[in-house]
Design a protein around this ligand. Structure first.
Ligand code: ADP
Ligand code: GLC
Length: 486
């Protein structure tokens, strides 16, 4: 089966969050199961510079404001997954994030930058750009790639089945309605049955309306986005798709996240030989200037600092953690007010609270390995990957019961502990008191070494591999194709 994955990020080249981790792993897992998978990515500098064995597939000519657009085909470094790259220097060759300039302002021409990504996807799927390879499935990720589904719908001879995955409904790709003229779509697409969303133009809606199947990254989030609380105004559209919406839980890339093979750690370890984790904790405490104490519960956070992630709750729950003798190590970047607040508590409580602002892949690994527990108190969480990395590293998750967090962590209440299935601490309300309650239960469990060891062992025994997710996507592709040919 030929499958084209379309996205704006891919680990290790361009990453602002978990989306990149998914694109770095899922295609390989599908290939391992026999699928013929290629990627389509925008020609951001980090991508054009790193893709190997590049050759020109075709000149697309001027499009979406760019004088020259060229389609290249090469291979991803390391994984060698085949990748089409849209080389359009005017639109993509810029320093900064894929979505914003270095000052954090959205690129003013994002409508054209991501319309082009979808347009190329749809024309590849129509067999018009590469005579040698035409995908049967076009799998678009998040709003950045969603226009591919609308362009396929506008181009009826295209046989490819479209699948759209929502990684985060909060980011929708909204533009002024006047920008619709830049898209080259028939005017019927700018209706409430199409891309129109409260007087604006929504790329997210293009995916939700026009993809044959819609998935999200956990079963619980698939149900949640059909409700006003989590739907960001699109819950009606989601409900309208009925059974076409489903959830496929993300996995962990064991080639990147594996404590037994992680070369960046002070000492590697595994469930069978867990002592190395103590060395990692000690090394992390030293690195971050925390008191070197094995008996202090070291709580870690690796996160974007946005209201989604609920880290204001962590700030408010910090006095309780400190009073019980616990420590916090936080690595993150995002909203300036949250960054400043965390830096201020770290300054006031050096030795017990350490905060590193910025993005650092190596430190993320050392932190997740060295911490005893990882906290993810999100207000909403489509899947969440750091709690999965925590499980793999024997770092017990403390999470809110929401989205993928609810699907991946089993609370250490008495029943679950007796049934030998508890893997972490789960709380319900998005309040500091509820988080504090979960942290205090974790602290109590931590003082009981045998109990904590059992939790760690169970956490490390969980299997959230990409293999299972790839099998599910494969089945979804087959049923979508069967439906369209039937
Ligand atoms: P989201 O995609 O919503 O940010 P996920 O939990 O799915 O949340 O994925 C976050 C990814 O980004 C993980 O791989 C995590 O380790 C990484 N990450 C988040 N913040 C940082 C940071 N400051 N430095 C390094 N990695 C980070
Ligand atoms: C989004 C979500 C996160 C998810 C990631 C990968 O960024 O916020 O929960 O894990 O996508 O699917």
């Amino acid at each position: 089966m030929k499958v084209l994955h379309v996205a704006a990020e891919i680990f290790p080249l361009v990453k602002t969050g978990g989306l990149a981790d998914v694109l770095g792993a899922l295609p390989q897992a599908l290939i391992a199961q026999g699928a013929d998978v290629r990627l389509l990515l925008p020609g951001l500098p980090a991508i054009v510079d790193a893709v190997v064995h590049q050759k020109i597939v075709c000149q697309i000519g001027p499009a979406f404001g760019a004088a020259r657009v060229t389609l290249l085909l090469g291979r991803m470094p390391y994984s060698h997954v085949p990748v089409y790259v849209i080389d359009a220097a005017y639109l993509y060759r810029r320093e900064g994030s894929p979505y914003q300039d270095s000052e954090g302002h959205e690129w003013p021409d994002n409508v054209q930058r991501f319309a082009l990504l979808g347009w190329v996807a749809a024309h590849l799927a129509a067999g018009e750009l590469d005579a040698e390879w035409t995908p049967e499935v076009l799998h678009a990720h998040d709003w950045h790639a969603a226009m591919g589904c609308a362009y396929v719908a506008a181009h009826p001879p295209t046989r490819a089945a479209t699948v759209f995955t929502v990684h985060n409904l909060a980011y929708q790709g909204l533009f002024p309605s006047g920008d619709f003229n830049l898209l080259g779509l028939p005017s019927r697409f700018m209706a409430t049955t199409g891309l129109e969303f409260h007087g604006q133009l929504s790329f997210m809606k293009a995916g939700l309306k026009f993809a044959r199947r819609v998935t999200t990254v956990s079963p619980t989030y698939a149900r949640e986005i059909a409700t006003p609380e989590f739907g960001f105004g699109l819950d009606g559209v989601v409900r309208g798709r009925g059974a076409d919406v489903s959830g496929v839980l993300n996995g962990v890339d064991g080639a990147v996240w594996n404590p037994a093979a992680d070369s960046g750690l002070a000492q590697r370890y595994s469930a069978g030989e867990p002592v190395g984790k103590l060395r990692c904790k000690e090394a992390l405490q030293r690195e971050l200037g925390l008191q070197v104490r094995a008996d202090a519960l070291l709580v870690g956070v690796v996160s974007r600092l946005t209201s989604q992630k609920g880290l204001d709750l962590m700030l408010a729950a910090l006095p309780g953690l400190r009073k019980r003798g616990g420590q916090l190590a936080l690595q993150g970047a995002g909203e300036p007010a949250l960054e400043a607040a965390f830096l201020a508590v770290a300054k006031a409580h050096a030795g017990q609270v350490a905060v590193r602002i910025g993005y650092d892949e190596g430190l993320a690994h050392r932190l997740i390995a060295g911490a005893d527990a990882i906290v993810v108190p999100s207000r909403f969480e489509p899947c969440g990957l750091t709690q999965l990395y925590g499980l793999r590293y024997g770092t017990v998750p403390v999470v809110r019961r929401v989205g993928g967090l609810a699907d991946t962590v089993v609370d250490a209440n008495e029943t679950n502990e007796q049934a030998d299935r508890a893997t972490g601490f789960v709380f319900d309300a998005a309040t500091p008191a509820a988080l504090d309650g979960a942290l205090s239960r974790a602290a109590a469990a931590f003082t009981d070494t045998a109990r904590w060891q059992r939790l760690m062992q169970r956490a490390m025994a969980q299997d959230f591999s990409w293999e299972g997710a790839a099998t599910r996507y494969h089945a979804l592709y087959e049923s979508t194709l069967a439906r369209s040919s039937g």
